[in-house]
Design a protein around this ligand. Structure first.
Ligand code: GDP
Length: 204
């Protein structure tokens, strides 16, 4: 599936602009700079599909990507959703409020949403802003995997420790999937497992 066609479908600033719910969706969430764009690009083998950017302004939209559409405009096998990044130190309060609304409206009302992936930087572990989205997902009853990113950046012993800590905390969240994914876009690590988890989520 991931070796086939992938294309940008559209951006939605809020729930009124969402695409037709005609394909299963898997959504990616994470703090800004967690490595979300890099992971989406690696996952789909497309350089620059999801634009890497650190500017708070353009991260407020939900971006939809069609994967495995037999032809342009046809219904895809899978739709990847790049959710707006969060946790900007300097984000104004009204921006945080808007983020919360846009994300919550999407999570709670999206019948085709099969799973979410919450990206956590291996160097930092779960932060309070991550706990907020995890709790939103728990309440919306959307199952999610925690995905450690940039695993190449820390020593094996540190990675083992953060993996244990993260998995332990996942067990305290009702909608967190027991399978933790450990990845590095840089070193192409855990990408096959990530693809398998996505395929499993959209099966049948
Ligand atoms: P986003 O803001 O979540 O979309 O994060 P980006 O994908 O733009 O990545 C943020 C920064 O982390 C960039 O400088 C990337 O090159 C770097 N980065 C992303 N993934 C990895 C990784 O797996 N390993 C390493 N070493 N750096 C990474």
């Amino acid at each position: 599936l991931f070796a086939g066609p992938v294309s940008f479908l559209k951006s939605a600033p809020d729930h009124r602009y969402l695409p037709e719910p005609d394909a299963p969706e898997v959504a990616f969430a994470g703090r800004s700079n967690v490595g979300k764009s890099s992971l989406l690009n690696r996952l789909t083998n497309r350089v620059g599909l999801a634009r890497t950017s650190n500017t708070p302004g353009r991260t407020q939209e939900l971006n939809f990507f069609d994967v495995g559409a037999p032809e342009e405009g046809a219904t895809p096998v899978l739709r990847l959703v790049d959710m707006p990044g969060y946790g900007f130190a300097k984000a104004p309060k009204d921006m945080v409020r808007k983020w919360r609304h846009v994300v919550n409206d999407y999570l709670r009302g999206r019948v085709v949403l099969r799973r979410a992936l919450v990206l956590i930087d291996s160097r930092h572990g779960i932060k309070d802003v991550d706990r907020e989205i995890m709790t939103m997902l728990d309440k919306a009853a959307v199952t999610y995997h925690l995905v450690l990113t940039k695993a190449d950046k820390i020593k094996a012993s540190e990675l083992a420790a953060v993996t244990d800590r993260t998995a332990a905390e996942a067990r305290t969240h009702v909608a967190a999937h027991p399978k933790l994914l450990v990845t590095s876009s840089e070193k192409d690590m855990g990408i096959a497992e990530l693809r398998a988890a996505i395929l499993e989520a959209i099966r049948n």
